[in-house]
Design a protein. Structure first.
Length: 274
């Protein structure tokens, strides 16, 4: 694991490098991206950094220095042989008060890179009783205020599932804590619209681009009780078949899921950055 903070590569990721007064620590005031590493190279880096800028703008913390962050990505990968891994880019509003008002000291930028195990091609999910607020101030933004998601993941793990999936405030299927969801009904592949409050996932966007027959539609979360197949997509999950939803067994991968996985495997090896 290698870490970079505000232009400096740390000798160890355990070095003390961020003030206790950083608003990322005090109130979770920041944005982040997780980028996959395949064969030593970041996957879809430009798309992730574009979304980082969008999230920062939506949160009102200013524009991250994307050029510097790219240097941080290069610095933390250099000298490592990473077959599969992840990069965590975090930008906070910087030093602030012990309350909610922000300071004026500039942004804090952090890049951390590590090798990790590739997730399995098949997994399980549970639905949770807590909704995503599709009309909230940070709806659709990838912020560091992740305590809600952490609670949901622990709920899932306690029920022998890898991910928690939620509705929005009006009961429509929304997303997982760190993934987008697709499902199959009567041979049709469907995913919730961005209006549901879900994150505009990079993997989701590529699946929509490469699989022309996917439709975006908002259905009740109860649709998962009758879906023929269910899929999670995300940065390190890629296209993951779901074999169980709340105790209901499903074919995994089903025929449409297998087709999406095949398309992903073929297209994702290409250089997709602009």
């Amino acid at each position: 694991m290698q870490a970079w903070v505000n232009g400096q590569l740390l000798e160890s990721p355990k070095d003390r490098a961020i003030s206790v007064l950083d608003h990322g620590m005090i109130v979770g005031d920041g944005v982040f991206e997780t980028i996959k590493i395949e064969d030593g190279a970041p996957f879809a880096l430009t798309r992730h950094l574009d979304r980082l800028v969008t999230s920062a703008h939506g949160l009102g913390i200013g524009k991250p220095d994307v050029g510097a962050i790219r240097e941080g990505v290069d610095a933390t990968i250099e000298g490592q042989e990473i077959a599969f891994g992840r990069i965590r880019v975090t930008v906070t509003s910087g030093l602030g008060t012990l309350g909610s008002p922000r300071g004026t000291h500039g942004l804090t930028s952090v890049v951390i890179t590590e090798p990790c195990d590739r997730p399995p091609g098949v997994s399980t999910i549970v639905t949770v009783p807590w909704p995503r607020n599709e009309r909230g101030a940070i709806a659709g933004l990838k912020t560091t205020s992740y305590a809600e998601n952490a609670l949901m993941v622990e709920h899932a793990l306690a029920r022998d599932a890898s991910e928690a999936v939620m509705s929005n405030t009006v009961g429509m299927l929304c997303e997982g804590t760190g993934s987008n969801i697709l499902y199959v009904l009567d041979g049709q592949l469907i995913t919730p619209t961005l209006g549901s409050g879900c994150l505009a996932g990079v993997t989701r966007a590529l699946v929509l681009q490469w699989c022309a027959d996917v439709i975006e539609r908002d259905d009740s979360i109860d649709v998962l009780k009758r879906a023929d197949e269910v899929i999670l997509v995300g940065t390190t999950r890629d296209v993951q078949a779901i074999s169980r939803v709340d105790g209901r067994e499903l074919p995994a991968p089903g025929p449409i899921t297998a087709k999406v996985q095949e398309i992903w495997a073929r297209e994702s090896v290409k250089d997709i950055d602009p």
